[in-house]
Design a protein around this ligand. Structure first.
Ligand code: SF4
Length: 441
């Protein structure tokens, strides 16, 4: 007989996530959290769109205070949507947010200190505060942000991500704190799906308990490609019964993320089997629905190495989609599944309260100016604090520094700092051209 496995649940304010509960759809404000009025307005818009849980950037104590004011204003309007404090580095900020302000705190405890023993102690203190105030935690690790201690042993791999998160989960179990969710995001759909699958199995075999999983494809970009990547990564796992809460990250107004997440939830609830049959026709109400439904249905087969020449006809509102639209969709889907690279790969952060510029407009400009570099991975990140750590395996990066300046990266190395935003895109194009011609010669 196999070991008995307990599937845990997590209480975030008045929302419970876990096996047997509806999949919760999350999003994240991209306002400055310190701009309380703008943040309230965006939270209301997200709530009206059907968002179940809202996250806000909480980089300092000033933002913790603002988060408290935002929460109070929402509650006074009868909006009870749980709020999550997104804390990256400071454990003091995490402690303050967990002490009766946020319903959940999202952290990567490895960022609390370079010294692992110190980080463990600080994490333990945070757990004590969460227990005292009934606050939930999300341990969020992203591909590409693992420390040397892990990568030297396990590599920057799904296994490395799982081993890193298991260390923190073991602390939770030792301290009997179970109000926890976990995310292991990557912009690479293969890495992302393998990491979550492996974590789910590892928690079951090593802990005998499975913490609820928060699914997301990070830095997915926007428009059609962002929707396809998210539908492939999240949809594949939901179809396997993995994942209790989801966030579709789009480099757009966060309100646009909610209908995509809700659509994926409905697909998983009503047509969970996207593993055995590849449809040859898909009939949808809108083009966005078609993109999500077709990616959900076909993505898992392509990720597994299935036939790239799949036959598919698409219909929107009863009308067949043109060969051009279908060719574009097919090309984007194959790229999202890492099968063929007909375009550059854009790794673009969804933006948040730390963003230094209008990333949606910028991504559009960079996409237009770099379309000739098929197969090259270009990261477009909103801030210098977290952007470089979240660029994963990008070949080049364009990262906001603040004050109208950007830094250009080659791989993980900053190669040009303090570039004016006005000519940043042209400098990026020059850098890529120079590197590609050096490789050719
Ligand atoms: S990289 Fe983008 S999403 Fe991540 S913290 Fe910076 S601005 Fe926010």
């Amino acid at each position: 007989m196999g070991k008995e496995v307990t599937y845990l649940h997590c209480n975030i304010g008045n929302v419970t996530i876990g096996r047997g509960w509806p999949i919760a759809v999350q999003s994240m404000c991209n306002t400055l959290t310190s701009d309380v009025e703008a943040s309230i307005a965006q939270c209301v818009a997200l709530h009206n769109a059907g968002c179940d849980i809202i996250r806000l950037t909480t980089q300092g104590l000033k933002e913790v205070e603002a988060l408290g004011a935002i929460k109070a204003a929402l509650r006074s309007r009868g909006i009870t949507t749980p709020l999550v404090a997104d804390v990256h580095f400071s454990y003091k900020v995490a402690l303050a947010a967990a002490a009766g302000i946020a319903d959940k705190v999202r952290i990567n405890p490895g960022n609390f200190s370079k010294d692992h023993t110190v980080a463990m102690e600080k994490f333990g203190e945070l757990i004590d505060i969460c227990k005292e105030y009934g606050t939930a935690l999300r341990i969020g690790l992203n591909h590409g942000s693992l420390g040397e201690r892990i990568t030297s042993r396990w590599g920057d791999t799904p296994l490395g991500m799982v081993r890193a998160v298991m260390e923190w989960l073991e602390v939770c179990v030792r301290k009997e704190f179970f109000n926890v969710t976990v995310s292991l995001k990557s912009s690479n759909t293969i890495v992302m799906t393998e990491a979550y699958r492996l974590l789910s199995e590892t928690m079951a075999t090593e802990l005998g308990m499975v913490f609820p999983l928060h699914l997301g494809v990070t830095e997915a970009g926007g428009g059609t490609t962002g929707r396809i990547k998210s539908a492939v990564g999240i949809g594949t796992l939901l179809g396997e019964g993995i994942g209790e809460t989801i966030r579709v990250s789009l480099t757009e107004n966060p309100v646009n993320e909610v209908p995509v997440g809700r659509k994926l939830r409905n697909l998983a609830a009503n047509f969970s089997d996207n593993k055995s049959v590849i449809p040859t026709e898909i009939h949808s109400d809108t083009l966005e629905d078609f993109i999500i439904e077709a990616s959900y249905a076909i993505g898992p087969h392509l990720l597994k190495g299935g036939d790239a020449d799949f036959p598919l006809k698409g219909y929107v509102a009863g009308k067949e989609l043109s060969p051009e639209v279908m060719d574009d969709f097919r090309s984007d889907l194959l790229q999202a599944c890492r099968r063929r690279f007909a375009k550059p790969e854009y790794i673009a952060c969804p933006s948040c309260g730390r963003t230094q510029f209008d990333i949606e407009k910028l991504l559009d400009k960079i996409t237009r100016r770099t379309s000739q570099f098929a197969g090259i991975k270009i990261a477009v990140m909103g801030c210098i604090v977290n952007g470089p750590g979240e660029m994963a395996d990008a070949d080049f990066g364009y990262v906001g520094e603040g004050n109208g300046k950007v830094t250009l990266y080659k791989g993980k190395e900053p190669v040009q700092r303090g570039i004016s935003e006005d000519n940043g895109v042209e400098k990026l194009v020059e850098l890529i051209e120079k590197e590609l011609s050096a490789k050719e010669s």
